[in-house]
Ligand binder design. Structure first.
Ligand SMILES: [Zn+2]
Ligand SMILES: [Zn+2]
Length: 448
């Protein structure tokens, strides 16, 4: 975005606002000037959120702040919907319904950015542990973008027609908040959206740019907890045992063949054994080993295959080891906490890409890569209403930092790191511009 001197930009914007018929370029100039004019307020809002991060399911203060901002922007706001969820509605004549979602929660990470508004917050988490808290995933940027977009759309009412629903969603990092809001009746108690969009900041896209992915962009995630039973004995007398450590080792090796030998090479999947615990001493064969796995996929078919294959391999290896029926491994797939994959509707994504190219320039709209991480924005498109969704990425790191990393091979600081310090100003301004452009595109003014 161009940096226009504030006073002249405001004057120009006011002149343009006075005229009911604006060209696309005029609208862009108005939006740009309004974002510039609103930035001091947005900066204060962002830094306050950053200073006061709250963990998932504990977003009391944060959701209150978001609600105050959206109410001040002229929206009809409902609080504490599905936990600390915020729903803000602005009806502006006939037309489609657009849902724009921001998440609100922070992470148990100690901030080491050294920023003047760095978080020093420590709290007791839900299990009673004392933990540091930081907005290490940039959800404070997302909320600030939501606030700026809310004001812009309210002040540009003559440029669009339809209904906007802004969502402040709790508990994204626990993949629980979206489901909670939908289960509470989001699509029944408020207008049903025709589109749902969201953005997420990224550390490998330059600030000032956005990244687009068509189709799958985030993975299904399931956590499997496996209890491998055995028969304990003295370590010197293994013939008296059924050794669960050897059995667990065989299971781990066999699990590697799910992705390499059972799935098509074109079906991405990950099977990771992230934790294994068994035994207490070198000369005792224990009775039990516990393992925790993360299973990641895109399609529902592959997701089901992974779970079934883990069950089959555990049972098969236990039979091969001579375990009796009552000592078969127990497999608990914690589906309630699993995440579903994000599928960016291709038609909606193409439409937004065209809009962003027109507003930001082609050089600021990059093709981004899918990842095996999770994001519960998926849930907004997973209900019986089949709402088309699109999550795009928002660049948040200076281009020169990314270039430096490519040159030196030193990896960039990632999301969820205590060192994550986004370049907030261009990211927030670009996010608001992109979200506003998306809304104007998806909610065109009906011809009179
Ligand atoms: Zn995160
Ligand atoms: Zn996040």
């Amino acid at each position: 975005m161009k940096n226009v001197p504030l006073a002249s930009a405001l004057l120009a914007a006011l002149a343009l606002l006075a005229s009911p018929l604006r060209s696309a370029d005029d609208t862009k100039a108005v939006v740009s000037a309004k974002v510039e004019a609103d930035y001091p307020r947005l900066k204060a809002f962002y830094e306050d959120l950053h200073l006061h991060p709250e963990l998932s399911l504990m977003e009391e203060r944060t959701s209150g702040k978001v609600a105050v901002e959206l109410r001040a922007a002229g929206y009809d706001v409902t609080e504490k919907f599905g936990g600390y969820g915020v729903v803000a509605v602005l009806k502006n004549g006939p037309g489609p319904v657009l849902l724009i979602r921001s998440d609100m929660d922070a992470l148990p990470v100690e901030e080491v950015t050294g920023l003047p508004f760095a978080s020093h917050v420590r709290v007791k988490d839900l299990s009673g542990r004392d933990v540091p808290v930081m907005h290490a995933c940039g959800h404070d940027i997302h909320m600030t973008v939501l606030s700026g977009t809310a004001r812009l759309l309210a002040s540009l009412r003559d440029s669009w027609s339809g209904t906007v629903i802004l969502i402040g969603q709790p508990a994204e990092e626990r993949v629980a908040g979206a489901r909670a809001m939908l289960t509470a009746g989001l699509y029944r108690q408020f207008p049903k959206p025709d589109f749902a969009i969201a953005l997420h900041d990224e550390t490998d896209i330059p600030s000032g740019s956005v990244g687009m992915i068509e189709g799958f962009s985030h993975a299904n995630v399931d956590t499997a907890t496996i209890t491998v039973h055995g028969i304990s004995s003295h370590g010197a007398m293994p013939y008296l045992s059924k050794d669960p450590i050897v059995l667990a080792a065989r299971i781990i090796v066999s699990l590697q063949t799910i992705v390499s030998r059972e799935l098509k090479g074109t079906d991405p999947a990950v099977v990771t054994v992230g934790s294994i615990h068994g035994g207490t001493k070198s000369n005792i064969i224990p009775a039990e080993v516990k393992m925790e796995l993360t299973l990641r996929s895109y399609s529902d078919d592959v997701r089901a295959h992974l779970v079934a294959a883990v069950r089959r391999i555990c049972r098969g290896e236990a039979i091969a080891a001579g375990l009796p029926d009552e000592l078969m491994p127990e497999i608990d797939v914690n589906a309630a906490e699993g995440a579903t994959s994000v599928y960016n509707d291709p038609a909606l994504t193409q439409r937004l890409r065209g809009t962003f190219i027109a507003w930001l320039g082609a050089e600021h709209v990059v093709a981004y890569h899918p990842a095996m991480v999770s994001e519960d924005f998926s849930e907004f498109g997973r209900t019986v209403e089949h709402v088309p969704i699109c999550m795009f990425r928002l660049g948040a790191i200076p281009a020169k930092t990314i270039a430096e990393s490519e040159r030196t091979g030193v990896p960039l600081v990632s999301l969820h790191s205590g060192k994550f310090a986004p370049e907030a100003e261009p990211a927030i301004k670009t996010g608001i511009t992109a979200m506003t452009a998306a809304a104007l595109e998806l909610l065109p003014r009906t011809k009179k």
